[in-house]
Design a protein around this ligand. Structure first.
Ligand SMILES: *Cc1c(COP(=O)(O)O)cnc(C)c1O
Length: 417
């Protein structure tokens, strides 16, 4: 497609028809997998220009690659983010983000309700380099405010925590972040950016595990950092010197020019091609999975053997109002439920005939897991309790099957023999 006339229409339409930066030599309608490590130049002067960033050519695929760049471009078109950087996993996106903003002596204000590896990254890995974790209750804005000081480099949260299903009030947190000049960084993996506009709720930087919804049925690992250009990095003690006139792009420059290439956790072109295809259908797949999830969560609640169901759209859920304000009718395609004991949880999982026993979220297939013994299985029981990870909880990631079949499997797996 002609690179000069970008398509018009809604972001979804524009994304599907986003032009390539250069005309493809063969007119390929899908972005080819540019499986190349290095790129050749005609002259030494052109090499110098490309290597020093004065011209836009690719030089080496750890730094940038045409297929990966096109994937980033499409995410930018879809979300309106100022800058999008792709990585080889969600954890790589999160690690690059913290390494960009944190330094020895800084602190990160966050919740203990975090994805297991993110918790470990903050509590142990970054702490070894002198970054202080400050875990608090992010649903209590006054408590969060008490944790903030001049060394706070970020407030970090997951938009719906898992398996606790806690929903922080982003607008309230964003207000205190602005007051204290701290960036608000959110892991939005649980509700994809086609359905939830993080920037409209005051999120400055969004991190996503694209392994989940975007990959299109668990095809590949990937991660994204989306910088909305809303935070003035002249306020950051670490990035102040890099921040230019407006201070808005220092964060993505720091990652793009330094951390991304130094750590080497780059997305590969095969993965970018898969996730480009996933991106084309994520909005419709999400609508179907989330609608099934909501209906299934309500339907299994009265079943014998189910002690409680945890999904923020359900009647009586403590975060129902804030969830509705932020995510509308469908807060993700995952719910958790409690049975009476760890043994009952194991029995349920062992009896499943259709729902698959596996980790991961937002595969096309519905998945069940017992978080306490798996994702959090190597944590001490005391730490699990601090994180509110109960032995009685089962997590269900809802896929694209018919709801009647999923309900049938639930009902048979709960039956006593
Ligand atoms: C899966 C997940 C991650 C980690 O992503 P990977 O792609 O597995 O590295 C981070 N945060 C959340 C909320 C996740 O669900």
């Amino acid at each position: 497609m002609n690179a000069i006339n970008p398509p018009t229409g809604s972001p979804e339409t524009q994304m599907l028809h986003a032009p390539y930066p250069l005309k493809d030599a063969y007119g390929a309608l899908s972005m080819p997998v540019y499986q190349a490590v290095a790129y050749e130049f005609e002259t030494a002067a052109q090499m110098e220009a490309a290597f020093t960033g004065k011209s836009p050519e690719h030089v080496y695929s750890r730094v940038s690659n045409p297929t990966v760049q096109y994937f980033e471009q499409r995410v930018k078109t879809l979300t309106g983010a100022d800058e999008v950087i792709a990585f080889n996993s969600g954890m790589a996106a999160i690690a690059n983000t913290f390494i960009a903003v944190a330094q020895a002596g800084a602190n990160i204000v966050t919740s203990p309700h975090l994805f297991g590896n993110t918790y470990s990254l903050i509590a142990f890995t970054l702490n070894d380099f002198g970054v202080e974790p400050r875990f608090c209750n992010l649903s209590d804005v006054a408590e969060v405010e008490k944790q903030l000081d001049r060394n706070t480099c970020a407030v970090f949260l997951e938009t719906i925590t898992n398996p606790q299903m806690e929903v922080a009030d982003l607008q309230a947190l964003s207000e205190i972040c602005k007051k204290h000049r701290v960036p608000l960084i959110a892991d939005t993996t649980i509700v994809p950016f086609t359905a939830f506009k993080a920037a409209a709720f005051g999120v400055d930087v969004e991190v996503v595990s694209s392994t989940k919804y975007i990959s299109g049925g668990a095809t590949s690992l990937g991660g994204l950092v989306l910088d909305y250009g809303s935070y003035d990095w002249r306020q950051s003690s670490k990035l102040r010197t890099l921040a230019g006139q407006d201070g808005l792009s220092a964060f993505s420059l720091k990652i793009r020019r330094e951390i991304h290439r130094n750590l080497g956790a780059c997305m590969t072109p095969e993965v970018a091609a898969k996730q480009l295809t996933g991106l084309e259908t994520v909005a419709i797949r999400y609508e179907r999975a989330a609608a099934t999830c909501r209906a299934l969560a309500a339907k299994v609640r009265p079943l014998d053997g189910v002690a409680s169901v945890n999904y923020p759209a359900l009647e009586g859920h403590p975060f129902r109002d804030v969830s509705r304000r932020q995510f509308g009718e469908y807060p993700g395609a995952m719910f958790t439920f409690d049975v009476v004991s760890r043994e009952a949880a194991f029995r349920f999982i062992d009896r499943l005939k259709l729902i698959r026993r596996a980790t991961n979220l937002f595969d096309h297939k519905t998945l069940a897991i017992h978080p306490a013994s798996t994702i959090f299985g190597t944590f001490s029981e005391a730490l699990r309790q601090r994180m509110d990870v109960s032995q009685n909880t089962i997590r269900i990631s809802v896929g694209l099957e018919h709801i009647d079949d999923l309900y049938g499997d639930f009902a048979q797996a709960l039956l006593r023999d």
